[in-house]
Design a protein around this ligand. Structure first.
Ligand SMILES: Nc1ncnc2c1ncn2[C@@H]1O[C@H](COP(=O)(O)OP(=O)(O)OP(=O)(O)O)[C@@H](O)[C@H]1O
Length: 449
């Protein structure tokens, strides 16, 4: 099907005063408006939106390039198009009906036909009963309804709107925008396509099937964003918000390329501490490794060399390194392991102090241990069966893995004196220092927040 409007490499410059050449307002604009679509031209002030609209309406000629309307090269006013202006542009000495008939009269439509089409358009915009009112008797919203009726009566192929809601107060604008969208939805709209010029991002995403983003100085097309939402466009949907956010980002960053690829950010569910795996390593393995590394120059060594000295396969060494990293005792980079200051301290201090260090590092870095202690604290008896914790891990891991995670957490927690485990009863008990108020365990709310 022939597009309703085709703009081909259009340039527009306005002459500068005193013959100082031209001021380029539109630079190489090409676009099409097809039957059945609503297109928004979105750009900052001065990006040439109104100028482009006027060129497509045939009100001013391009300096260079061509415009086709319904397959015909445009010369002069475009009769396939009607315009709605921001300023309403009503004649104050004419009634509502006379204002609406004005364009039809200019096109030589006979009296009866004019009357019929005007009354139908007035009805469509909800001004039934106001036919003989004068503009001064109408509110801003009603005046713009007359503006719409005047355009509707022309029964154009394409309706052009230049910031049609921006002179109205927020609620009136919202109301009228919604009604225009309803008419379009219901197939009652008197034109086959709509082109709206706006600088309101939400308005563009709400009304349009496609948003063409214009850049300024000079005005040019930066790209387009397809509004892939079911109609009517639901403002509360995550996709609507993602589209608005995307367009807002490109509008505030003139250098970003407008690709139109919009990802919806999936809201993150707070991650359960039980969803995070622990390396299955006993505390003895971690401290053994740290003691070996601390003896090396700069407390640093090559990992394959370390594996050889420990007579371990690198694969077996990796979980120990993971655990040391997780606890903040070591850092691994480029095949070397290097102890952190606290790791060096842990590897060289007394057993009592090393337990304190381990506890502090575990509480700072291993959320599942914090969560277990918090759970035990919540219970008046300060004790819970192993099966309670196993069930929490079981949500994220197979049972055998859940059991290994439980065993690792128990090993670390016991060493840190956070809790004790009675294997016969299969119960965990809160350790005395962890049960006290002055301990270093954060309150439950903080952790969950
Ligand atoms: N007839 C004219 N003569 C000289 N310069 C003009 C003329 N019409 C528009 N301009 C200039 O062209 C540039 C683009 O104007 P235009 O009104 O098309 O932009 P716009 O994107 O619609 O801006 P706004 O959102 O502020 O209406 C502006 O710098 C404006 O001053």
């Amino acid at each position: 099907m022939t597009p309703l409007i085709v703009v081909e490499q259009v340039y527009k410059s306005f002459p500068l005063p005193q013959g100082k050449g031209g001021f380029l307002v539109l630079n190489d604009i090409s676009l099409q408006i097809k039957v059945g679509e609503v297109v928004a031209l979105l750009g900052r002030s001065g990006s040439g939106k109104s100028t482009l609209l006027r060129i497509m309406a045939g009100l001013i000629p391009p300096t260079q390039g061509r415009v086709w309307s319904d397959g015909t090269l445009l010369r002069g006013a475009n009769r396939q198009v009607a315009m709605v202006f921001q300023s309403f542009a009503l004649l104050p000495w004419l009634t509502v009906q006379e204002n609406v008939e004005l364009g039809l009269e200019a096109r030589g439509v006979g009296r009866e036909e004019r009357r019929r089409r005007a009354l139908k358009a007035i009805d469509l915009v909800g001004l039934d009963g106001f036919e003989s009112a004068y503009p001064r008797e109408l509110s801003g919203g009603m005046k713009q309804r007359v503006g719409f009726a005047r355009a509707f009566a022309l029964e154009p192929q394409a309706l052009f709107m230049d910031e049609p809601f921006s002179a109205l107060d927020v609620l009136t604008a919202e109301n009228l925008r919604g009604e225009i969208d309803d008419l379009w939805q219901a197939g009652m709209f008197p034109s086959q396509s709509i082109l709206i010029v706006t600088h309101n991002i939400e308005e563009a995403v709400f009304l349009a099937d496609r948003v063409i983003v214009l850049g300024a100085n000079p005005g040019r097309i930066r790209g387009e964003v397809v509004i892939d939402l079911p109609r009517p466009h639901d403002r509360t949907s995550p996709r609507f918000k993602a589209l608005v956010d995307y367009i807002y980002t490109v509008m505030t960053n003139p250098d970003i390329e407008v690709t139109g690829k919009v990802e919806v950010a999936v809201p993150k569910k707070p991650r359960s501490p039980y969803a995070q795996p622990l390396p299955h390593v006993r505390v003895g393995g971690i401290s053994g490794l740290l003691e070996l590394v601390v003896d090396q120059p700069s407390a640093q060594t090559d990992i394959p060399l370390l594996a050889e000295r420990l007579q371990l396969a690198v694969d077996d060494l990796l979980p120990i390194l993971d655990a040391a990293q997780m606890l903040g005792f070591a850092e691994v980079s480029q095949g070397d392991v290097c102890l952190t200051p606290v790791g060096q301290d842990f590897a060289t201090t007394t057993i009592l102090r090393s337990k304190d260090l381990f506890r502090q590092q575990a509480l700072d870095n291993v959320p599942v241990l914090v969560s277990m202690v918090q759970t035990l604290r919540q219970k008046r008896s300060h004790t819970m069966g192993a099966d309670f914790f196993l069930a929490l891990w079981d949500d994220y891991f197979p049972l055998a893995e859940a059991e290994r995670l439980f065993a690792t957490a128990v090993d670390w927690g016991r060493y840190a004196e956070l809790f004790e485990y009675d294997a016969n009863e299969e119960r965990i008990y809160l350790s005395e220092p962890a049960a006290g108020n002055g301990s270093d365990i954060p309150p439950l709310e903080e952790e969950l927040g």
